[in-house]
Design a binder for this molecule. Structure first.
Ligand code: ATP
Length: 303
C-alpha cells in the first residue's frame, strides 16, 4: 500500500488507526497488510437522486465528505439565503451536536448524519411541536425501511427497547411573527463499532442489530427525506395537531411513570398524560397536572 500510494509505512499505519477511530473495522496481519472486514457503502448523489425519483426537485443536496456539524453548516447557509429544501449530508461528522452542547457520535460508513432546511411562512413560535413532527417522519421512514418496534421519546429521540437509535436537533432562525426557518438535524445509527458505542454515555442501538442487516444508506436517506417532506407539509398546513395521534401511537412512555429534568437541575416525577396540540408535554405529578413546553426539558422513564 505504501509503495502504491507513494507514502511511508508509518503514514499507512496512521491512516488505519484513523479509520478504526472513525469506527471502521480493519483486519490486520503484522508484516503482511490490512483489509477492511466489511466493504463500506458510500453516500452517492446519483443513487440518492434515483431513489428520490420525481420528488428529487424538492431538495438541494450538498454532499460533504467530512464536516464538524451538518447543522452548523446549514445554519450558515440558511443565513446566507440557502433554498428551502437544502440538505447537507456528510460521510463523516466529526463534532455532531445534541441539545445543550451535548455531543452526537457518528460512525464512518455506519451512520446517517444530515440536516434539512425548511422555511416556514409562520413565525418561530409556530414551530414548537416541530421536533415531534420530525419524529413521526422518522417513524414512517424506518417502517418503510423494514425497521419495526422503534418508539419516540419526547421531545426529540427515537428509541428501540430503551436504547437510542436516532436523535433530532432542531435549530430555528427568524422571529416570532415569521417567516422562520428550521434546520432539522438527524443522526441515525445504522452500524456502530464497539469503539463508537463506547464513546456514547447512554444505551444506544443501531439498525443492523435490530434488523440483522445493514440497510442501503442512499435509499434510506431518500426515504427519510421523502417522509420528512410529507410530514413537514402537513405540519405547515395544520401544525402538530394533525400528527398528534400518530406521535402518541409511537410514544415509548405512554401512560408510564416519567421524570422530567429541568434546565436548573430540578426534577418532577409523575405519569405521562398526553402531548398537547402544540407539542407540549402533559404530566400528572403529585402537585397536579403540569405542562412542559421547553425544548430544554429532558424526560426519563422511571419504570
Ligand atoms: P434529552 O432527553 O434531553 O434529549 P439526551 O441525552 O437524549 O437527552 P440529546 O441532546 O438529545 O440528549 O442527544 C445527545 C446525547 O445522545 C449525548 O449526550 C449522548 O448521550 C447520546 N448520543 C450521542 N451520540 C449517540 C449515538 N450515535 N447514538 C445514540 N445516542 C447518542
Amino acid at each position: 500500500m505504501a509503495r502504491q500510494l507513494n507514502v511511508s509505512r508509518a503514514s499507512v499505519w496512521q491512516a488505519m488507526r484513523f479509520l478504526e477511530e472513525a469506527g471502521v473495522s480493519v483486519f490486520r496481519v503484522p508484516g503482511r497488510g490490512y483489509r477492511l472486514r466489511e466493504s463500506l457503502q458510500w453516500i452517492e448523489r446519483e443513487k440518492i437522486l434515483a431513489a428520490l425519483g420525481e420528488k428529487a426537485e424538492l431538495f438541494e443536496l450538498d454532499l460533504v465528505d467530512s464536516i464538524a456539524s451538518t447543522n452548523s453548516l446549514l445554519l450558515q447557509k440558511a443565513a446566507q439565503g440557502a433554498a428551502h429544501g437544502s440538505c447537507v449530508v456528510t460521510e463523516m461528522q466529526t463534532a455532531g451536536r445534541g441539545r445543550r452542547g451535548r455531543e452526537w457520535h457518528a460512525n464512518l460508513g455506519g451512520s446517517l448524519t444530515f440536516s434539512l432546511l425548511w422555511r416556514f411562512n409562520q413565525g418561530a413560535g409556530f414551530l414548537s411541536g416541530l421536533s415531534l413532527a420530525v419524529g413521526v417522519a422518522l417513524m414512517r421512514g424506518l417502517k418503510h425501511a423494514g425497521v419495526s418496534g422503534a418508539g419516540l421519546k419526547w421531545p426529540n429521540d427515537v428509541l428501540y427497547q430503551n436504547r437510542k437509535l436516532a436523535g433530532i436537533l432542531i435549530e430555528v432562525q427568524g422571529d416570532m411573527l415569521g417567516p422562520s426557518a428550521a434546520v432539522i438535524g438527524i443522526g441515525l445509527n445504522l452500524k456502530l463499532s464497539e469503539q463508537v458505542l463506547n464513546r456514547i454515555d447512554q444505551a444506544a442501538v443501531d439498525v443492523r442489530s435490530i434488523n440483522g442487516k445493514m440497510p442501503d444508506r442512499n435509499v434510506l436517506l431518500a426515504q427519510l427525506l421523502l417522509h420528512l417532506a410529507d410530514v413537514l407539509k402537513e405540519f405547515e398546513d395544520e401544525g402538530f395537531s394533525r400528527l398528534r395521534m400518530e406521535w402518541l401511537a409511537h410514544h415509548a412512555f405512554h401512560e408510564k411513570p416519567v421524570r422530567l429534568i429541568l434546565p436548573d437541575g430540578s426534577q418532577h416525577e409523575g405519569n405521562f398524560l398526553d402531548v398537547a396540540e402544540d407539542g407540549a408535554l402533559l404530566v400528572h405529578t403529585a402537585a397536579g397536572r403540569k405542562r412542559f413546553t421547553s425544548g430544554e426539558v429532558s424526560l426519563r422513564g422511571t419504570a
